[in-house]
Design a binder for this molecule. Structure first.
Ligand SMILES: C[S@@+](CC[C@H](N)C(=O)[O-])C[C@H]1O[C@@H](n2cnc3c(N)ncnc32)[C@H](O)[C@@H]1O
Length: 282
């Protein structure tokens, strides 16, 4: 099934298996809440498109054990991990060029954190909508709020490091999209994208990830790992000042005094937004 969304190989997803799996563990409660909210009972055919390490695949499988659940991704290592811990059917596909879902067949399609990596987001949303059975729903996990984990004043450097890191992330994201071959702008929000795809009853709901300080050891490791992964990001030197990069390095070094002074104040606060639209009944 070839389509003209245009392919993409923007990031090394296999290298992100551990990080995605850790995020799935941390977000398991929220993922279960989202699955519970999305599933209304009669879903028989469900797709998790861009499944990553399979956190939502597992939640959907637990909440709808009798449905046929298919996980789709472009990265074999992530599909293997998803298969290992959920046992569901998996399909390898580059969603930039193909959608391995038969027309008018799915009761629920879930796509989280994947569409913004594809050059023509609207055309994929529109194409996904055609794969819904009448009355079926397309749910997009996109947007929400960036995580917060640090006190505003770290006692070193200028206060507000995380806000500057958010701004850097925003510029990185803009570059990432610009560098996707054939990227088209989508100058409106996901609700409008769902409406443009002919879907009705479009709505959105946000879910809070709220882990207060003090974090447990695994949670702290996760938060520190996320900050550390920022340091490894391509082109960080152009986006974050040398002083802030140095503080970030010290924050993520367990032997450093800055790390030790902040560790018991680390927290995790974030919001995940889910946009949903329904294909009209025939
Ligand atoms: C940020 S992860 C999101 C994973 C998961 N859905 C979640 O919300 O945690 C993006 C996923 O999209 C997949 N992906 C990115 N571009 C893709 C493409 N062109 N075709 C298929 N999968 C793609 C990646 O392999 C990765 O699993």
């Amino acid at each position: 099934m070839a389509h003209q969304h245009g392919g993409t190989a923007d990031l090394d997803w296999s290298a992100m298996l551990d990080a995605l799996a850790r995020a799935d563990e941390i977000e398991a409660d929220v993922t279960a809440q989202i699955a519970g909210w999305l599933l209304t009972g009669p879903e028989r055919v469900i797709y998790d498109v861009g499944c990553g390490a399979g956190g939502m695949t597992a939640a959907l499988s637990a909440a709808a054990p009798d449905a046929r659940l298919v996980a789709v991704d472009g990265e074999p290592a992530l599909l293997a991990a998803t298969r290992r811990h959920t046992g569901v059917e998996t399909v390898l596909a580059d969603l930039g060029t193909e959608l391995p879902i038969p027309p008018a067949s799915a009761d629920l399609i879930w796509a989280s954190g994947v569409l913004h990596h594809l050059p023509d987001q609207q055309s994929v949303v529109t194409d996904l909508a055609t794969r819904l059975a009448p009355g079926g729903r397309l749910a997009l996990g996109e947007g929400g709020l960036q995580s917060r984990s640090l006190p505003w004043d770290l006692g070193i450097g200028e206060p507000g490091l995380e806000i500057r890191l958010d701004a850097a992330h925003d510029r990185w994201f803009t570059r990432m999209r610009r560098d996707l071959g054939g990227a088209l702008p989508m100058a409106y929000g996901w609700s409008t994208a769902l409406r443009h795809a002919g879907l009705v009853d479009v709505t959105a709901r946000s879910f809070l990830i709220d882990l207060p300080a003090p974090l447990g050891p695994g949670e702290s490791e996760y938060v520190i790992g996320r900050l550390r992964s920022l340091l490894e990001r391509d082109g960080l030197e152009d986006l974050v000042s040398a002083e802030d990069r140095d503080i970030l390095r010290r924050l993520t070094d367990p032997e450093d005094a800055v790390h030790r002074s902040v560790r018991s104040d680390l927290y995790l606060l974030a919001a995940r937004t889910v946009y949903v639209g329904r294909r009209p009944d025939a």
